[in-house]
Design a protein around this ligand. Structure first.
Ligand code: SAM
Length: 278
């Protein structure tokens, strides 16, 4: 259903956009098709969409995928979606907050096979949502997410750059991240006050194989806890160890004693976990 149709249905239902739920919808067919292409969806794929809205992206995902499970929290959209997704037999809308669901509950709905996540969500939950999936045990093969441009920069940042952050590394542990396109704020109804980008994360299995995963994650969190402090100071604080011991671990890996966490790549953190674990 094209823009006028969906907009008319929203109007006829007396639908009012809820700012608190981040309801900035996309009606532009070209952009919707581009997002589906960015996500790499094929006829073999199960897709989990988060934030159904008026179902504009859902319908296009369903046209390419085997099956779409779309999660939405706003029950007011039920009558709208009954119309906009009429005849779309392979899309199922689930009125639940995926952020509050356990992995097993998601699996009960989606089934045990791998799936792709696609989301155009309120900006305040994009980072928690990405973390929820990249750190879960769920068989997610990729995530394609509309994020604020600044978040896209952080997710894809180079080691040592100003945007390099704990979330960059969390994503690196999952796989590879790429910005697929930038999206002008005027492409949304209503327009938000930031520009956006579509980011795709593809799982690369085995990045943490043979490591103490929990320790690697704790080291990353510690290293970025106080960005302006040295790695030694952050490790000493987070692990409750004397600075001298932290310094020994850092220098044993060949890093200068005054290095900051933002200079370390994922491989460096893995190396450090070896030294810390000893
Ligand atoms: N996908 C639609 C589109 O592109 O037009 C809607 C996008 S709109 C930015 C985000 C949608 O996510 C809203 O419909 C909102 O009600 C819904 N939402 C907000 N929080 C959510 C949550 N925790 N889980 C699922 N959906 C949520």
């Amino acid at each position: 259903m094209e823009r006028a149709g969906v907009a008319d249905i929203l109007n006829a239902a007396g639908f009012r956009f809820n700012k608190a739920l981040g309801q900035n919808f996309i009606f532009d067919s070209n952009l919707l098709d581009a997002i589906v292409s960015d996500a790499g969806v094929t006829a073999e794929d199960t897709v989990v969409e988060i934030g159904t809205g008026a179902g504009t992206l859902t319908a296009r995902l369903a046209a390419r995928a085997k099956k779409v499970f779309s999660f939405e929290v706003d029950e007011r959209l039920r009558p709208v979606l009954d119309l906009t997704l009429q005849g779309v037999g392979n899309a199922e809308v689930v009125f639940r907050d995926v952020m509050k669901m356990k992995d097993a509950e998601v699996t009960d709905i989606v089934g045990g096979g791998t799936f792709r996540v696609v989301a155009n969500l309120p900006y305040y939950i994009t980072t928690p949502l990405i973390m929820r999936f990249v750190e879960s045990g769920l068989p997610v093969s990729s995530l394609t997410v509309m994020v604020q441009k600044e978040v896209a920069d952080r997710l894809t940042a180079e080691v040592g750059s100003a945007d390099y952050a704990a979330v960059t590394l969390a994503v690196k542990m999952f796989g590879d991240a790429a910005v697929m396109r930038t999206v002008d704020r005027r492409m949304f109804r209503p327009a938000p006050n930031v520009d956006s980008a579509v980011v795709r994360l593809d799982r690369v299995p085995g990045r943490l194989d043979g490591t103490d995963e929990k320790l690697v994650r704790k080291l990353v969190r510690a290293a970025f806890a106080m960005r302006r402090k040295t790695l030694v100071n952050n490790l000493s604080a987070a692990f409750g160890i004397p600075k001298q011991s932290a310094a020994e671990c850092v220098t044993a890996c060949g890093f200068p004693v005054d290095i900051r966490g933002e200079r370390l790549s994922l491989d460096d953190f893995i190396r450090l976990s070896g030294a810390m674990g000893r």
